[in-house]
Design a protein around this ligand. Structure first.
Ligand code: DGT
Ligand code: CA
Ligand code: CA
Ligand code: ZN
Length: 581
C-alpha cells in the first residue's frame, strides 16, 4: 500500500466529520477523540503498517476503539463503522456542512423536520420559506442562509471541490499510478494544474504502453473510490467517497505532451492555440500537432515542443487562463517565475495551542529549505490558541540562544500574530507589541460585520506602528467561509500610506490574498509577502502555494518581498515601517 498514513488520516477525518453529523454535536467526546487521534497519527514518523492495535494504543492520543479501527483499515481496507456512517450520511448531506452558518446540529434538524438531504433540497426549503416556522431557525436565519447560498452560487462553488481536498487527493493518485508497471509518466492536469482554488473534477494523464493495469490500479484504490462511473480503453472515471470525480486518461508515451497540454486547458487557452495552429496550416488536438495537408506529426511528445512549433515559449500552467498570456509570450512579456522563496513571516510552533512542531524542528526544516529570514509568530493571547506575555518572553530567550548557534545562516525573528478585534484594536499595550521583531495582525472573528466597519477595523490595525503585515486579509476559507466585506481600494491605500505589507497565506484552505484580489493589487506599490502559516514543520512548504497564487495573478517579482536578496529582505524586515507615498 502506497500511503497508509494518509489513508488513516482520511479515515479519521471522515469519522470525525460523520460522527459530528450523526450526533449533531461538534464538541462530542467521540469527535474530539478522532481529531486528537488524527493529530497523533500525523505526528508519527514511522510506518503505521508495522504496528499492532496494542502498539497503536500506546501512542498518546489514540484510544482503544480508534486503535482497533486503524488496524481494521490496514488489514481489510475498510472500516465497518465508517461505512455504516457513510450509508446514513451521504456526501450530499456532508456538503450541507460547508454552507456558512450550517452546523451539524442544524443539519440534523433540517433532515429530521424538512427532509433536507442535499444543497438542492435546502434551496427548495428556503424558497418555500419553510425554515421560518422551524424552532431554532426563524426568519432571520432563513434570510442569512439564503444569502450564504446565493454567495456560494455566485462564486460557482457549489458542488466543486476545494483545492485543499483536491490537491492531496490528486497527489495520492498520481503517486500510486507512478508505481504501476509500464507507467512512464503520471500527472494531474485540468484546473488543478492551473492552481484554481476550486476544482470541478480532477483530470489525470498517464503515459503508458498498456492502459489496462493503469485503469485497474485506479479502480482498485478501494480506500478512496466510491464508484466507477465508466471505464473504456483510454479513459476511466471514478467518484471518490468524498464525492469528487476523477477522470483518468492513458495515452501512448509519444503523445504525452499533446495530452498534457489539452487536458490542462483552460479551454480558452486551448482554443487560442488551435487558432494559432490553423493559421500555420496545422491542427492541434489531444494527440498531436500535425500538418493539415497529409497529417504529418509536427510535435506531440512534450508541451515545450508543441509551443515551440507554434512560435511560443513554454507557458506555465498557472498562466493558461486566456488572459492575454499567448500574446505576452509571443512578445516576451510573460511575468518571470518567482524563483526561490527565502523568507517566511508567519510560522507557528507548538507554543501556540494549535501548533505541532518544536522551535528546533521548525528551524531545522527552514534551514533545509534554504530559508534565510524566518519570523516565528505564535498566536497572541486574545484567541483560542493564543499565548500570554510570560510564555512569549520565555520563547524570546530561547530564540536568542538559538541565534548564537545559527550565526549568519538564518536571521531568526521573534514575531507574533496579533488579533484585530471588532474595533481594530490589538492585543496588549503598544510597548509590549513594539518589543517584537515582527508583528502581523489578522482577523479571526466577527466575520459578518458590514463593509464600512470591516474596512475601518483593518485600516486601524494597519495604522498601528507595530503592525508590519496583515495576515489572511479576507479571512475566507475556500468553499466554507466567504471573504469578509472590504473596501479593497481603501485597504490598498492604507497599505501604501502606512507601509504595511499584505500576506499571501499559502495554506490551501485559505490562499488569501486570492488571485482575484492580487490582480486588483497589481498596479499598487505596497509589498506582498508569501507565508506558510505553518503549524507543523512540514507545512513550511506551503509558501510555494503562496508563490503559485502570486504567479497566477501576474504579480511583478519586485513586489514580492520573499524574492529579494537575503540582505535586502532582512534589512526590510527589521527596519520598521516606511510609508510609500
Ligand atoms: P474544472 O474541472 O471545471 O475545474 O475545469 P477544467 O479546466 O479542469 O475542465 P474539464 O475537467 O472540463 O476539462 C479539462 C481540460 O480539458 C480543460 O481545461 C480543457 C480541455 N477541454 C475539455 N473540454 C474541452 C473542449 O470542449 N474544448 C477544448 N478546446 N478543450 C477542452
Ligand atoms: Ca477538471
Ligand atoms: Ca474532467
Ligand atoms: Zn497564523
Amino acid at each position: 500500500m502506497a500511503d497508509t498514513k494518509q489513508d488513516v488520516l482520511d479515515m479519521l477525518r471522515d469519522l470525525a466529520e460523520l460522527t459530528m453529523l450523526d450526533e449533531g454535536d461538534p464538541q462530542s467526546f467521540r469527535v474530539r477523540a478522532y481529531e486528537s487521534a488524527a493529530q497523533a497519527v500525523a505526528a508519527q514518523a514511522n510506518d503505521l503498517g508495522t504496528l499492532t492495535a496494542r502498539d497503536l494504543q500506546r501512542i498518546e492520543g489514540i484510544g482503544k476503539s480508534t486503535a482497533e479501527k486503524i488496524r481494521e483499515l490496514l488489514e481489510t481496507g475498510t472500516v465497518e463503522k465508517l461505512e455504516a456512517l457513510r450509508a446514513k450520511h451521504p456526501s450530499s448531506v456532508v456538503a450541507l456542512l460547508r454552507i456558512p452558518g450550517l452546523g451539524p446540529k442544524a443539519v440534523k434538524k433540517l433532515r429530521a423536520e424538512l427532509r433536507v438531504e442535499s444543497v438542492d433540497d435546502l434551496r427548495h426549503a428556503l424558497a418555500a420559506h419553510k425554515l421560518r416556522e422551524l424552532p431554532g431557525f426563524g426568519a432571520k436565519s432563513e434570510e442569512k442562509l439564503a444569502q450564504a447560498l446565493a454567495r456560494l452560487d455566485e462564486q460557482g462553488d457549489v458542488g466543486r471541490t476545494p483545492i485543499s481536498v483536491a490537491l492531496p487527493l490528486a497527489n495520492r493518485i498520481v503517486a500510486q499510478l507512478r508505481e504501476v508497471k509500464g507507467v512512464q509518466h503520471a500527472e494531474y492536469c485540468g484546473s488543478l494544474r492551473r492552481f484554481a482554488e476550486t476544482i470541478g473534477d480532477v483530470d489525470v494523464v498517464v503515459a503508458a504502453t498498456d492502459p489496462e493495469p493503469v485503469m485497474d490500479a485506479l479502480t482498485g484504490m478501494t480506500s478512496l473510490v466510491d464508484r466507477v462511473l465508466g471505464r473504456g480503453p483510454a479513459k476511466t472515471s471514478i467518484v471518490t467517497k468524498r464525492g469528487t470525480q476523477v477522470d483518468l486518461r492513458v495515452v501512448a508515451p509519444h503523445q504525452l505532451g499533446a495530452a498534457l497540454l489539452y487536458f490542462t486547458g483552460s479551454k480558452g487557452h486551448n482554443i487560442k492555440l488551435r487558432q494559432r495552429a490553423l493559421a500555420r496550416g496545422l491542427t492541434l488536438n489531444e494527440y498531436a500537432l500535425s500538418e493539415i495537408d497529409g497529417g504529418r506529426v509536427v510535435a506531440s511528445e512534450t508541451e515545450g515542443q508543441i509551443y515551440e512549433a507554434l512560435g511560443l515559449p513554454w507557458i506555465a500552467p498557472v498562466l493558461r487562463e486566456d488572459q492575454g498570456e499567448i500574446e505576452a509570450a509571443e512578445s516576451g512579456r510573460l511575468p518571470s517565475a518567482l524563483g526561490d522563496v527565502i523568507g517566511d513571516f508567519h510560522v507557528h510552533t507548538s507554543v501556540s495551542g494549535d501548533g505541532r512542531s518544536s522551535l528546533d524542528e521548525v528551524v531545522a526544516e527552514a534551514l533545509a529549505r534554504g530559508v534565510r529570514v524566518l519570523a516565528i509568530t505564535e498566536h497572541a493571547e486574545r484567541t483560542v490558541s493564543g499565548v500570554g506575555r510570560e510564555v512569549l518572553l520565555e520563547q524570546r530567550e530561547a530564540i536568542r540562544a538559538l541565534r548564537t548557534k545559527l550565526g549568519d545562516r538564518l536571521v531568526l525573528l521573534h514575531g507574533v500574530e496579533l488579533n484585530i478585534d471588532r474595533e481594530g484594536a490589538l492585543d496588549w499595550d503598544p510597548e509590549f507589541r513594539a518589543s517584537f521583531d515582527w508583528c502581523l495582525a489578522s482577523v479571526h472573528d466577527h466575520f459578518d460585520l458590514d463593509r464600512a466597519t470591516q474596512t475601518r477595523r483593518v485600516v486601524r490595525a494597519m495604522q498601528d506602528p507595530s503592525v508590519r503585515m496583515i495576515g489572511h486579509l479576507s479571512a475566507r476559507m475556500i468553499g466554507a467561509r466567504p471573504p469578509i466585506e472590504l473596501d479593497l481600494d481603501a485597504v490598498f491605500d492604507a497599505a501604501e500610506e502606512t507601509g504595511t505589507a499584505l500576506e499571501i497565506n499559502g495554506g490551501l484552505p485559505r490562499l488569501d490574498l486570492s488571485v482575484e484580489t492580487l490582480r486588483r493589487a497589481r498596479a499598487r506599490k505596497f509589498p506582498i509577502v508569501l507565508t506558510s502559516d505553518a503549524h507543523r514543520a512540514e507545512e513550511l512548504q506551503r509558501v510555494d502555494y503562496a508563490a503559485r497564487n502570486a504567479e497566477k495573478a501576474w504579480l511583478d517579482r519586485d513586489r514580492v518581498a520573499n524574492t529579494w536578496g537575503a540582505k535586502k529582505l532582512a534589512a526590510w524586515a527589521t527596519g520598521g515601517k516606511i510609508a510609500l507615498t
